[in-house]
Design a protein around this ligand. Structure first.
Ligand SMILES: NC(=O)c1ccc[n+]([C@@H]2O[C@H](COP(=O)([O-])OP(=O)(O)OC[C@H]3O[C@@H](n4cnc5c(N)ncnc54)[C@H](OP(=O)(O)O)[C@@H]3O)[C@@H](O)[C@H]2O)c1
Length: 210
């Protein structure tokens, strides 16, 4: 498939690009800084662009079969709309180019998965550190759900840089009110490619954890 990957210079996005190439897909990575992409592969095209620029997004979406987003940032203490505005641009561009499959990583703990990232996140990390970030993520999810695209919102537990196990749990109602459940970025990438291939979880919000 021709896949557009957003956030490909990030820790999860890099895994997604590598595994998608291994599966034989043709990848376009739209990134702010192409020098950060260290991989070289004839099936990898790196396009300079910012998700907040609608023209950049529209150009990147052209000719794709699906869009995969691992968009994120670390501006936790500022009231930002990067995730929601960037996602709005992706959705608008996809509709304009008549593209339907969109898989987007958000997080366990958002909307109806509230409190399921464990007590530490529920009582401290989310209200104190990730307050604005989670509010924007919630808005991001709402936009996706209202989009009429063939979307999947993927909600991972806490991300690690651990190995690819390919054995993990996924589905609704996962997570824990007490403990923080983990998942490696490599397994998140594995799960994204699996649901893309199997055309599962369309219009669903699966959690993915060990
Ligand atoms: N950390 C956790 O435990 C955890 C748990 C659950 C869910 N998540 C979510 O999982 C996702 C991936 O996490 P991660 O740790 O892999 O993220 P990350 O390393 O921070 O990567 C974020 C990516 O988004 C890109 N990006 C940011 N602003 C952009 C813009 N305006 N235009 C284009 N690209 C832009 C970054 O590009 P640059 O390289 O140019 O900055 C980077 O490639 C995030 O949404 C995160 O919130 C994380």
């Amino acid at each position: 498939m021709n896949l557009l990957i957003i956030g490909g210079t990030g820790k999860t996005g890099r895994q997604l690009i590598a595994q998608a190439l291994e599966e034989g897909h043709c990848i376009t990575a739209m990134v702010r800084n192409p020098a950060k992409v260290k991989l070289e592969n004839p099936n990898l095209k790196v396009l300079k662009g910012n998700v907040l620029n609608s023209e950049n997004v529209e150009a990147a979406v052209e000719g794709q079969d699906a869009v995969l987003s691992a968009l994120g940032h670390k501006k936790f203490f500022i009231k930002t709309t990067i995730l929601s505005e960037g996602t709005r641009n992706i959705i608008t561009a996809m509709k304009k180019k008549k593209l339907s499959r969109f898989i987007c990583i958000t997080s366990l703990g958002i909307r109806d998965s509230r409190f399921r990232l464990g007590l530490y996140y529920t009582l401290f990390v989310i209200p104190v550190i990730l307050f604005f970030y989670f509010r924007d993520k919630s808005k991001q999810e709402k936009l996706i759900m209202q989009s009429n695209l063939e979307w999947t919102i993927l909600r991972p537990g806490q991300l690690t840089n651990g190995k690819k196990r390919t054995k993990y749990r996924h589905g609704p109602d996962l997570g824990s009110y007490v403990l923080t459940k983990m998942i490696s970025r490599k397994d998140v990438a594995h799960f994204i490619l699996k649901i893309l291939r199997e055309k599962t979880y369309i219009h669903k919000t699966p959690a993915v954890i060990y």
